[in-house]
Design a protein around this ligand. Sequence first.
Ligand code: NAD
Length: 260
Amino acid sequence: MLKGQSALVTGSTSGIGLGIATALAEAGANVMLNGFGDAAEIESTRASLAERTGVQVLYSGADMSKPAQVTAMVREAEQKLGHLDVLVNNAGIQFVSAVDEFPDAKWEQILSINLSSNFYTIKAALPGMKARNAGRIINIASAHGLVASPFKSAYVAAKHGVVGLTKTVALEVAETGITCNAICPGYVKTPLVEGQIADQAKAHNMSEEQVVREVILASQPNKRFVEVAELGALVVFLASPAGASITGAALPVEGGWTAR
Ligand code: NAD
């Protein structure tokens, strides 16, 4: 479906980003991975995805908290893949604390990785997309881009910011062949959430099963985790010609969480 297209997915060495990059590669797009982790494991992921799908799979270790590295990564993707059709801003981190105890450095780090990196990738990618009059920008926000939860001030602020940035970019490029959307997932069982489950279990002296049932999935009316593959399929749809009229949207994929 996306044969001949090129995609860059930030934060794609793990979790949702890796699932999205896999779905894009399976749909025929050449892909640049990005993110942290064990170098040998990343290389093995890269090589096996390329071998299994037959597309070109590259990797950039750029740090999304460093604007110069973010811009250089987009340039590298354009040069090595020929052009950039699909930009997925997915890299993100979490930290949970009351506002009055929230460490300043954590606030800055979350804002830079979860929000500002989206601005810098979009700024770097738009000139190429405008020149080709084609492009798909897909920002992985969160249900926390639409509603808040206590103790997640930086994350909620950054994700609401991502939704606002998405709408602004969509309006600026509305008359071109470029679309810009946000996906707002509920809880997905990735390393990011597994960390929260373990922390909450310790903090409240509960079992991990209890935390999942009574804390994590309490907000999700369908009472199940969102699957990474469900998000990958939505990204492929948005990147396809059928997604051409969807722009400026914040699409909830959260089992009814924000319907309350
Ligand atoms: P994850 O921890 O499994 O993956 C995060 C990825 O980002 C990893 O590849 C990591 O290496 C990368 N990363 C972290 N800091 C980076 C940096 N400075 N530079 C480059 N890469 C960096 O997390 P996940 O759950 O897959 O989350 C992915 C995105 O989805 C995040 O933006 C998160 O906020 C969002 N999200 C997750 C959930 C969930 O329940 N897991 C729900 C809604 C939204």
